[in-house]
Design a protein around this ligand. Structure first.
Ligand SMILES: C[S@@+](CC[C@H](N)C(=O)[O-])C[C@H]1O[C@@H](n2cnc3c(N)ncnc32)[C@H](O)[C@@H]1O
Length: 343
């Protein structure tokens, strides 16, 4: 090796591990993803639910090689997925329970590690070159939402969103008081889980409307007989109109849409919002002084899927200013929350 081929002389152990971190996390993300999905496929998370177990027992239960399963589980201890309580004895954590076969994140996880998701990202470099999302091209559709014509896809997406909501709802409900509203409308409410939680917590709310695309609402109607009498399932297109209410929710909606389409949605919301009512937008807020990598990952995913984006505080304020007055950001809400009043 020539001397010039080496990194500089002050490249020390810290630099070495930082480089390896970058390599493993970004270059080798797919490697770790396969490790993780193996745990999921073998049902390792499920087997820890009823108490800590020695890896020999996990190996028996999953029909696996003892030493291999030990090494796989050990890999995820630093990530906080398991605790190795005593040598060879592993216990579950808050995180591992979410990834059991019926766990809240199981569907999300299933989608992330599926071959079709890998396929979907093959066109990502083209997205960057063109500045327009090429995921629909990789999926063979004109727009991502066309995939909903395939019921299996729609169901799997809806279950993913349910996982997202289940993890975010407790934090949202802790920081917002919905008690003064009469009619709450969840626009693009998908599975309807969020509005059901709100109705359960606030018996004074008279009416809840879960509004979404026809494909989503029809499926919900088939499965939800005899549920909450106050909950109405309404189908439609939020680019055309939305139902009336004094509390409007847009949760993980506007980050799927360009500024132009978002303004159309916001106009329709303003037209249907009762005087004195509020709009709650739940979407990430990019803080350039404190970047959050999770938010920035979704920003790129939104670009790839929808030619859309996550927004900074300033971008949000500019987007809503034609029809809404800014009330506040609720910073305690992990997924971001902007509260607005109609102008
Ligand atoms: C990213 S999901 C968010 C779901 C839900 N709000 C949540 O946070 O879990 C976007 C939702 O918007 C719905 N959607 C997409 N286009 C729509 C349209 N034109 N009219 C009504 N709903 C639409 C989708 O069916 C989907 O349920």
């Amino acid at each position: 090796m020539h001397l010039d081929d080496r990194v500089s002389d002050d490249f020390d152990a810290t630099d070495y591990f930082q480089t390896m971190d970058v390599l493993v996390k970004y270059g080798g993300g797919h490697i770790i993803s396969r490790f993780f999905s193996s745990l999921f496929q073998l049902g390792v998370f499920d087997h820890l639910e009823d108490g800590p177990k020695h890896y020999h027992e996990i190996a028996k239960l999953t029909n696996s090689n003892s030493e291999s399963i030990y090494r796989l589980m050990r890999f995820f201890v630093p990530q906080g997925l398991f605790v190795e309580e005593k040598p060879g004895i592993f216990s579950k954590t808050k995180q591992s329970s979410l990834f059991t076969k019926n766990g809240i994140m199981a569907n999300y996880m299933g989608m992330f590690v599926s071959d079709s998701h890998y396929q979907l990202l093959k066109t990502f470099p083209e997205t960057i070159v063109k500045g327009e999302g090429q995921a629909p091209k990789a999926m063979g559709v004109a727009s991502f939402w066309d995939c909903f014509k395939d019921h299996a896809f729609e169901q799997s997406f809806t279950k993913c969103m349910l996982g997202f909501t289940k993890t975010a709802s407790p934090n949202i409900l802790k920081h917002i008081d919905f008690s003064n509203y009469k009619t709450i409308v969840d626009i693009g409410g998908s599975h309807g889980d969020f509005i059901k939680e709100v109705l359960k917590l606030y018996p004074t709310i008279k009416h809840g409307i879960n509004f979404d695309k026809k494909e989503v609402i029809e499926k919900l109607k088939q499965n939800q007989q005899g549920e909450n009498q106050k909950l109405q399932l309404v189908s439609g297109n939020f680019l055309e109109s939305v139902p009336r209410g004094d509390c409007m929710i847009l949760k993980h909606i506007l980050h799927d849409w360009s500024d132009e389409d978002s303004k159309t949605i916001l106009n329709n919301v303003a037209d249907s919002l009762e005087d004195g009512g509020h709009l709650y937008i739940f979407d990430f807020v990019i803080d350039p002084k404190n970047y959050n990598q999770h938010t920035l990952m979704y920003d790129l995913l939104m670009l790839h899927l929808f030619t859309a984006k996550e927004r900074t505080k300033e971008q949000w304020l500019q987007l809503v200013q034609d029809r809404f007055t800014f009330v506040k950001f609720i910073h305690e809400i992990s997924i971001g929350c902007i509260v607005l009043k109609k102008k």
